[in-house]
Design a protein around this ligand. Structure first.
Ligand SMILES: NC(=O)c1ccc[n+]([C@@H]2O[C@H](COP(=O)([O-])OP(=O)(O)OC[C@H]3O[C@@H](n4cnc5c(N)ncnc54)[C@H](OP(=O)(O)O)[C@@H]3O)[C@@H](O)[C@H]2O)c1
Length: 307
């Protein structure tokens, strides 16, 4: 099986390539250094190879308030990446199935995060442009499937966590930021200040679980959009308590800053469709997953140096 992975150097891509490699797939792995997907024709050097599947994971974004401050760049970069990938897929790789990632941010703020609502209403203002580029990726794939009988699968992950995240100082997803701050407080005596009142709720899916579910869905579904979520969410305070418990830090020392940006009050994907396809879905226990994540943080010193 010949497989192309864009975004192969990212958090999800690194894990996916490892799993595909272990399963004997013939993988072509691309990061932005091998191939800048914003440039038209950047994939033409691969046109002679006929791929069975293309996992399109590449996207230009970061967590926190990054999207709020980079809407123009996000529109230009992500629209170009996705347009180039879709056009190349249609022209050069119509035999391949395209598996790509949506985002929970694309859902409108006033409706359930259920697949039938993905293209309805208005996404939250702070993530609007990023959300709309992801919607356009789905619209493009749907259009090509309709006109050219091509095959795709759009998966919408909730926030993923696990060992192997970025250590390059970028804005991290909330769970990595929580671990970083609590570890720094524990090791360096810094104060932990968390954004918001701590009662905003989030869900998490362990990266290895996500990859297993993604590959299973890929073997069963096509021309669909499917959420991959945990089905339940916890307050930021509960995540902080779990981390403090593992690290051995007093959670009463955490200060909550209600003036800072917190994003949505709650974010939990509807997983009825997923459960229908995989009724026996079981994820890694949150405490076990967090222990793995914290062990990786300590081993790779991802909490950073003392300032
Ligand atoms: N992680 C999550 O919790 C989550 C949740 C929902 C959706 N998603 C979606 O899942 C996908 C993977 O997420 P991730 O967390 O793995 O993202 P990531 O760690 O930020 O990785 C992004 C990848 O995209 C590549 N990329 C960026 N700009 C590029 C360009 N101009 N040309 C070619 N490649 C480029 C990066 O390459 P370099 O390393 O060379 O920069 C990297 O490999 C994304 O589409 C994201 O929107 C992720």
């Amino acid at each position: 099986m010949k497989v192309l992975v864009t975004g192969a150097t990212g958090f999800m891509g690194t894990g996916l390539c490892k799993t595909l490699g272990d399963q004997g797939y013939d993988i072509t792995a691309l990061g932005s250094r091998e191939c800048d997907l914003t440039s038209e024709g950047s994939l033409s050097f691969l046109s002679a190879t006929k791929f069975d599947q293309i996992f399109h994971l590449a996207a230009w974004t970061q967590a926190g308030d990054f999207c709020l401050h980079h809407p123009g760049e996000q529109w230009m970069i992500n629209q170009n990446i996705n347009t180039n990938v879709l056009c190349w897929w249609q022209k050069e790789q119509p035999q391949a199935k395209l598996i790509f990632m949506g985002t929970s941010c694309s859902y409108p703020t006033n409706l359930q995060l259920e697949e039938t609502n993905y293209l309805d209403g208005i996404p939250t203002e702070s993530l609007f442009t990023y959300a709309m580029t992801k919607r356009m990726l789905l619209v493009g794939a749907m259009a090509l499937a309709k006109q050219y009988k091509m095959r795709y699968l759009c998966l919408v992950p909730s926030t993923l966590y696990g060992p192997g995240y970025h250590t390059d100082g970028r804005q991290m997803h909330f769970i990595f930021d929580l671990v970083r701050k609590i570890l720094r407080a524990h090791l360096y005596g810094e104060e932990v200040v968390l954004w918001g009142d701590g009662y905003q709720t989030r869900e998490l899916v362990y990266l290895d679980d996500f990859i297993k579910v993604m590959l299973l869905l890929n073997s069963k579904s096509e021309n669909e959009i499917i959420n991959i979520g945990a089905g339940r969410e916890f307050t930021i305070r509960s995540f902080a308590d779990i981390i403090c418990d593992i690290v051995g830090f007093d959670s009463n020392k955490i200060r909550y800053d209600t003036d800072r940006y917190v994003g949505a009050k709650s974010k939990c994907l509807d997983i009825k469709k997923l459960k229908k396809i995989m009724p026996n879905l079981v994820y890694t226990d949150l405490k076990v997953g967090m222990e793995e994540l914290i062990a990786w943080f300590i081993k790779s010193q991802a909490y950073g140096k003392k300032i």
